[in-house]
Design a protein around this ligand. Structure first.
Ligand code: GTB
Length: 216
């Protein structure tokens, strides 16, 4: 049975790998699992057939035989648990790697994502500047803590793990903001993630979807 994941037929990021199917593609590439794509439009993802797979009408979903999963973090965790390579064998180290997955999604991603939304949706509002300043202040606090933990290490907890995979996808959203460069070890960490062959394959796959849609 081939795994199927959902993704935007025409991603609003124009194939820059910022939509959340990217992290699922990357995880599947890391563990060497082939997959197929269920490409959706903003209209089709709100129809009953898709809502049966994803109650909120969002991408990504993951289908493997009888199993249908949603939430990118849960999907990456499932992939990491089912395959070798994304979580350590030692129980304590495994728990720590999973803690970093939650940290990426719960502690670091919210302000970074809100900053992107604010930039897109609130640029003309009178509160735009103070709101951006406030979000960026919190982001810098979070990145400072993360930078201190990472120090000179290559990855957050020993070998590359699903925690790094999620953290890198979250931090990538800061490209172009100049904030990441204020923390050179984090900028290098993101570059290290983006240089992984599995990352490159995943990025190219999602870009190919956007380019095929644009060529029509
Ligand atoms: N918590 C869920 C998860 O992690 O799976 C969140 C999923 C989610 O936000 N999906 C978004 C979606 O389907 C796409 S990734 N949105 C449609 C909707 O809610 O109707 C978020 C996203 C959107 C656009 C860009 N972009 O243009 O750069 C980047 C990321």
């Amino acid at each position: 049975m081939t795994i199927t994941i959902s993704a935007f037929q025409r991603s609003p990021d124009r194939g820059r790998g910022l939509a959340r199917d990217m992290r699922v593609r990357w995880a599947l590439e890391e563990v060497g699992q082939p997959y197929e794509e269920r490409l959706v439009t903003f209209q089709s993802m709100k129809e009953p057939a898709y809502l049966a797979l994803q109650p909120f009408g969002q991408i990504p979903t993951y289908e493997d035989g009888d199993l249908v999963l949603f939430e990118s973090g849960a999907i990456v965790l499932h992939i990491a648990e089912q395959n070798a390579g994304l979580l350590p064998d030692d129980a304590n180290a495994r728990a720590r790697a999973i803690a970093w997955m939650f940290a990426a999604l719960n502690t670091v991603e919210p302000q970074i994502f809100d900053r992107s939304l604010c930039q897109i949706l609130e640029r003309d509002q009178p509160w735009f500047e103070p709101r951006m300043q406030s979000l960026e202040k919190t982001i810098r606090v979070r990145l400072g803590s993360l930078s201190n933990h990472l120090g000179a290490a290559a990855w957050l907890e020993g070998a590359f793990s699903a925690g790094d995979l999620l953290m890198v996808t979250v931090l990538r959203r800061l490209h172009g903001s100049g904030i990441l460069e204020e923390f050179p070890n984090l900028a290098a960490y993101v570059a290290r993630g983006e240089a992984r062959p599995a990352y490159v394959r995943a990025f190219d796959a999602q870009l190919a979807v956007f380019e095929a849609a644009s060529a029509k």
